[in-house]
Design a protein around this ligand. Sequence first.
Ligand code: NOJ
Length: 732
Amino acid sequence: MANLMNSPAYEAARKKAEAMLATMTLTEKTGQLSQFGTSIYSDDEQTFDDHFAEGKVGSYLTIKGAARTNSIQRALMKATRLPIPALFADDVIHGYRTTFPTPLAQSCTWNPEMTRLCNEAAAKEAYRAGLKWTFSPMVDIARDPRWGRIMEGYGEDTYLCSRFSEAAVRGYQGDGETIGKDHVYACMKHYIAYGACIGGRDYNTADLSLQTLYDVYLPPFQAGIDAGAATVMSAFEDVNGVPATGNRYLLTDVLRDQLGFKGFVVSDAGAVTELVPHGFAEDIKEAVRLAFGAGCDMIMAGDPYNEYLPALIEEGRITMEQVDRSVLAVLTLKYLCGLMDEPLVDESGEDCFFSDAHMDIARRAGREAAVLLENNGILPLTPAAMAGKKIALVGPLAGEEGKGHLLGGWACLCDPAHTVSIEEGMRKAFGDTCDILTLRGCGVTCGNSEEEKAAEREQVRQASEAAADYDVIVAVVGEEAGMSGEANSRSDLTLTGCQGQLLEALIATGKPVVLLVSAGRPLILTPYKDRVAALMLIWQMGSEAGDAVADLLTGVVSPSGHLTTSQPVCTGQVPIYYNHANTGRPALGRWPFEAKYRDCQIAPLYPFGYGLSYTSFAYEDIRLSATEMPQDGEITVTLTVRNVGNHDGAAVVQLYIRDLVGSTVRPVKELKGFEKVFLQAGESRELTLSLPASSLAFHDPGMNLIVEPGKFKLWVGEDCTDERFAFDFEVI
Ligand code: NOJ
């Protein structure tokens, strides 16, 4: 696939980089491989000037704003011998200033093009603030919602995550030959299998078979590399005993030699020196040797490469060729993005922050990200139907106080002041047609003292008493922004604080409760599922959350989001994912000795792929192009999707397969294709989904990638459990 990393412009940039490399001292070379955080850019001008003068700074992270990046860049350019500007990077995960839905929420759109748009807008804002590089996308498969970082990725499915991975990369980097203005380099992370950390505990070990590594965790990285991803971040954790950051097999043999990655690898923050406490390296020098020798080109953050690489070269334990190869990769990207010619950024460009165009993308993405899980017919609450009626909007995330949390974690330079609360969105949407009362009800969390608990209970009592007089209750509960993301693993996924009590009290009023859940991860909603009038996951939607939610509640648009993570019944079910391997004793409920729990079903509360709409769709005239295909062949599935309801809406057509018998046990289902199609009420469209035999490939016990002949089932459905339209085919 033609992309940035194999363009003629890349080759030209590399030539320039080679010429520059030939003029560099070793100190200047190791400097290019060293990234610094804000700590080294302290008020201590001397420390910082020394580094610049010696050429010891290649990159910076977390510096905010054009003025600040420019002032550092100017100082660097003035002090340094060679004109090599620093590459500024930051965690622009779901927006720079305008905040888009979290990546997990974005995945629920099942619309990778929407993610491309969000990332393109994020890249533009980031570029205008002086950045050339973002530490995103996170393409870790996440099967365990205890892991707080589940909010940063695209869910549990490899195929879906791969499609979002390529869209995310294209959004950040653009589709051009060079990165150009208003784009930034992507950094796929966390290489690799970080989502497999045991117990969902951040930084923890991952222990997984090579088959799982290759078939489940690597494909999203491959997809991003094929789309031209310029950089990769090595993960913190050890994979099968060897820390990812010191893992030569993974960073060189697999990433470069097998996946064809041509850019450079940056360590996660501190991951190189952490090889020491990890028990993998005796001291920092050895950690540098192991990480750099493994293929970790740049260190985040600090001086260890500057300090130890020269001695390691001297001792013959690292070669100059290795250093040159890494420096060349960094310099090539500096030339390719125009940084070498234009180190400074135009400080007047920041007027695109929160522009109408970006806010519009945020609103559209929010509308598509929400997943409607229950609706007894109460939704949509149109302004006409609510005329003269009263809505009680209750919960810690409903009003002004809660709106910052709707932005979610990792929201870069987000601004609650530029965020539309649910209350604001509702008031705008309903105008004077109905009376809206907003009540906090309780906090997302609650203090531990008896007084604090009593105060919260009293608020719950007062809120539910007041809400009882209203026609409809809209409750907004969930997580605070800081409860998911890095270092936010949870052992219990039930609602925190008094939120559960609040919901019980609201349900007890007998008034219809529309439950909106804003969170970074799936939470346990089992107690409320059948007792509320409607239930919608709104995730953390970003700057336009309130408007997008109001659009959905009032029926301006129909919900079209579908789950990309299985929604667990209880925390004890996790890790939970639909595409698990079969067992010799599947849980079919035939006898006691099956792979099941004695105290809980094994099926999730809501399955992967599930999501309701205000309309409904008929799948008609489904046909396969063939019922047999050779190992290098392709089958196409053609169908007509018809909107048979009264609302316009978008269907998410999903194609699953099951390989019935394999030389390694196959998953019970696997997503192999999907398409989202918007249809007006009554409209229909013919779709064709292709299933190349190559997409059925997996690694056999000898780690050969094979497409095995045999019988398969195929389903076209609305979620992973939908088996109404089942077909058989065979690979011959
Ligand atoms: C640590 C996180 O794991 C990583 O995702 C992030 O990009 C870096 N810190 C930089 O902030």
